[in-house]
Design a protein around this ligand. Structure first.
Ligand code: NAP
Length: 306
């Protein structure tokens, strides 16, 4: 495939950055991929495994001459990183991020960026519970969605970036930031919180933790433990950043849970059956839409952590 950006700078070298780099390198989508991560250890690992073409020694150095800069750090530090790179960005460059929350990240990043660059926030709806420079794989984005938030960015810059995501095998959907955050609160953020809670509850029952939880863990709980193994820093930041939408969905969740609790207490089988029939249809819809995560991630993960 043709080179779509001459030099791409990745700030952060974890699961998402690594997967982006491997996909771009595999398909020849970037002239050069330069990467930077905060710790020497990560930079050395990236160098050793050839994750990027060149490892920079600072974020400022990484973005020099880059026509595309992708912020791949936890959402809580996006603003700091933007402030650090801003004076070094090339005029005409596109800056994007892959943060799981959009409104908060845009509010933190946009004020730092000069008018001479195009800011086009993004979010790949793809991930696994693994993190770090060795977790990435080139196929991560295949048949998954990238949400792009065009805002006031020039159409040509938005289309060019969307073209890159599509070249990696992804589908692109445009959305405003608030809508994105509400949708993700329903589909990803609140489910993660529930998984964390359920694993915590099981752990509190120390009677079962030693062996029984592991020995008898049926698919449901095993899936929860996998999701709850996701990176604690990333998920702390997601909840702190997507506070309003998550609290809104959690409120609704709690109401429904109480309704089911009452149905169980009252022995209302019709209510339970009707509820489970409705939810089963949703699962079928996901499979028909080709978004079953276990299949889409080639068995490497779950799609947990998006
Ligand atoms: P990750 O594997 O934990 O990697 C995070 C990277 O950011 C690490 O290389 C880390 O460097 C670096 N970093 C942290 N603070 C930094 C700073 N101040 N300056 C420079 N580098 C810094 O994380 P990830 O899963 O790739 O997630 C990255 C972003 O993608 C997050 O915003 C997340 O919300 C979003 N996202 C994640 C998923 C997912 O499933 N994981 C899916 C979609 C979107 P060190 O290793 O040196 O600490």
């Amino acid at each position: 495939m043709a080179v779509m950006y001459e030099r791409v700078a990745l700030i952060g070298l974890g699961l998402i950055a690594g997967s982006l780099s491997l996909a771009m390198k595999r398909d020849g989508l970037a002239g050069e991929v330069v990467g930077y991560a905060r710790s020497l250890e990560t930079r050395q690992t990236a160098e050793r495994i050839g994750l990027v073409d060149r490892v920079a020694q600072s974020a400022a150095q990484a973005v020099e001459g880059a026509d595309l800069v992708i912020l791949c750090v936890p959402v809580g530090v996006m603003g700091d990183v933007a402030a650090e790179i801003a004076p070094h960005l090339m005029a005409g460059a596109t800056v994007t991020d892959v943060g799981s929350v959009k409104a908060d990240v845009i509010a933190a990043v946009a004020p730092h960026l000069p008018d001479t660059v195009h800011f086009v926030p993004s979010h790949p709806l793809a991930g696994t519970e693994h993190s770090g420079p060795e977790a990435g794989f080139a196929e991560l984005f295949e048949n998954r969605f990238f949400i792009v938030v065009p805002g006031d960015a020039q159409r040509a810059a938005v289309d060019r970036l969307s073209g890159l995501w599509r070249a990696m095998g992804a589908n692109v959907e445009e959305m405003d930031a608030e809508h994105h955050d509400l949708v993700l609160a329903v589909t990803s953020h609140t489910p993660h919180l529930i998984a964390y809670t359920m694993v915590g509850v099981a752990d509190d029952l120390s009677r079962v933790t030693d062996s029984e939880v592991i020995k008898f863990s049926a698919a449901g709980f095993r899936d929860f433990t996998r999701i709850a193994a996701s990176d604690p820093v990333m998920w702390r930041d997601v909840f702190l950043s997507n506070k309003e939408a998550t609290l809104e969905i959690l409120g609704r969740f709690t109401e429904e849970l109480f309704a089911l609790q009452r149905a169980i207490r009252q022995g209302d089988g019709d209510e339970l059956h009707a509820y489970f029939t409705r939810t089963r249809a949703i699962r079928r819809g996901i499979i028909e839409a080709g978004q079953d995560t276990a299949e889409a991630n080639f068995g490497r993960g779950t799609g947990a952590s998006e």
